[in-house]
Design a protein around this ligand. Sequence first.
Ligand SMILES: O=P(O)(O)OC[C@H]1O[C@H](OP(=O)(O)OP(=O)(O)O)[C@H](O)[C@@H]1O
Length: 182
Amino acid sequence: MDFYELHLAGLVRRLPKVAISKNLSIASFVMMGDTELVERCAEKLTERLGDISLDALVCPEAKAIPLTHAMARIMKLNYVVIRKSVKGYMVGPLVETVRSITTTEEQTLVMDGSDVAKIRGRKVCLVDDVVSTGASLRSARQILDRAGAITVAQAAPLLEEGGHDGEGVTFLETLPVFPTEK
Ligand SMILES: O=P(O)(O)OC[C@H]1O[C@H](OP(=O)(O)OP(=O)(O)O)[C@H](O)[C@@H]1O
């Protein structure tokens, strides 16, 4: 298998290259479970966000959850997770659909009504592990708008090249994509 050597937040990781279509491979970045990487990225991203006034962090399920937790600890904030399915215990959930770079099927983004109440009228930072096409961020922002939250910042350790232009996203490094020769 072919690997891409990622240098991020002072650490080095070997990411397997995986084909996501006939013409394109991406470096598979899964920081969830990598405690050292999660905590270093949380420190660096928090530093990079600077002196910003926030009431809460928000992230989509699933891979961004540990990072968001680590950032929330540093910033002494709580956070809300936008889920990917409606659960029986939710009250009045808000629902949007999204198709991210890695997922062939359309995904559902869901915010539980009890979480809506926590962030309505509040200043939030939207956190993800990687921004590629930007579709996940866009759908998450739509939910935040519907929830009445004020999205004052967006942050992710990695911005994947060739998709979202990175405008309005605080990030640490870019991640190349790999066109496959025919
Ligand atoms: O900018 P985009 O094209 O939307 O892609 C980026 C999103 O895709 C990945 O999530 P994935 O869909 O793999 O979900 P998971 O975290 O639940 O595994 C990644 O963790 C981002 O959330």
